[in-house]
Design a protein around this ligand. Structure first.
Ligand SMILES: NCc1[nH]cc(CCC(=O)O)c1CC(=O)O
Length: 311
């Protein structure tokens, strides 16, 4: 059987799709796979990510191609996939996850703690903006666009003194760049960070069965609880929320953090339970965030976005 795979044309997307193909080939040696790259709004719109008023800016066009049978399935970075998919599509497979932590890259090997006062840090994620500002309020945090390799070049050419990226991105690209890991206590990652999401058609049983052979059950359960949170609390590029879940034996431990847009407040919730209740654990964490006033935190994010638009 031959399968057509949709993905973005970025080096990272192609690298992670090639990895998926190698995993699938190992389990389905008689199948063939061809990659079709598709441009998304996130690839062409140069504005700061969180000002673009569209969920799924890095995946919508690709999932449309799946729905219209132009491709058989799509490979995404899971954190770029909205928690609610169109009715005719499903998250058909979640393979094993890369580490979900963020990393800090600077030109001279400085860490986030040692980089000189007043340095300029680049990120396109509001979550990272508030997390950097909480650790180092003296630093200037500015919007950066471009793919992983472009951002690293902007540190090396001095455009930025430092940047924050996902560990998973440089791992998958095999980029050998000096960096320091950022703790998930200070930098809880985006829900689903480090994981891949393979989207296919709900009624395509042949493709689903083929994909399931590389499913990683514990990763599925962990991201299910992180994404359940996103269903109830707006997150991603537009609202600073961090979440990470760990499966320990039969248990699942979830930590979620929501920030005020100025970074001065942080609502932290820890929830644990049987890993089979992953979705419920995520929902309970969201409910507790609501009780702690998360909606009040979001109310002034638009003013901050307008301010950011001018940077
Ligand atoms: N759209 C940004 C994006 N989507 C996925 C990753 C990294 C890989 C991952 O989280 O799986 C990145 C880059 C980054 O955050 O550094």
């Amino acid at each position: 059987m031959k399968y057509l795979i949709g993905t973005r044309g970025s080096q990272l997307s192609v690298a992670q799709t090639n990895w998926v193909v190698s995993e699938l080939k190992s389990e389905n040696p008689d199948s063939d796979y061809e990659i079709k790259t598709i441009t998304t709004k996130g690839d062409t719109d140069a504005r700061p990510l969180f000002t673009i008023n569209q969920k799924g800016i890095f995946e919508k066009e690709i999932d449309k191609a799946v729905a219209e049978k132009q491709v058989d399935f799509a490979v995404h970075s899971l954190k770029d996939v909205p928690s609610i998919l169109p009715d005719d599509l499903i998250l058909g497979c979640v393979p094993s996850r890369e580490p979900y932590n963020d990393i800090f890259i600077s030109k001279n090997g400085d860490t986030l703690e040692t980089i000189p006062e007043g340095s300029t840090i680049g990120t396109s994620s509001l979550r990272r903006v508030v997390q950097v500002s909480r650790k180092r309020p003296d630093l200037t945090v500015k919007n950066i666009r471009g793919n992983v390799e472009t951002r690293i070049k902007k540190v090396q050419d001095g455009t930025f003194d430092g940047i924050v990226l996902a560990q998973a991105g440089i791992n998958r690209l095999g980029v050998n760049v000096k960096h320091t890991s950022l703790s998930t206590i200070d930098f809880p990652p985006s829900p689903g960070q480090g994981a891949l999401g393979i989207v296919c058609r709900k009624n395509d049983q042949i493709t689903i069965s083929m994909l399931k052979k590389i499913e990683d059950q514990n990763t599925r359960l962990a991201v299910e609880s992180e994404r359940a949170l996103s269903e109830f609390v707006d997150s991603g590029c537009r609202f600073p929320v961090g979440a990470f879940a760990q499966v320990n034996g039969e248990n699942l431990d979830l930590t979620v953090v929501a920030y005020s847009i100025d970074g001065k407040q942080a609502l932290i919730v820890n929830k644990s339970g049987p890993k089979s209740n992953s979705y419920q654990i995520g929902k309970e964490a969201a409910d507790e965030l609501q009780r702690k006033g998360v909606n009040d935190l979001a109310k002034d994010w638009r003013a901050k976005l307008d301010e950011w638009n001018k940077t």
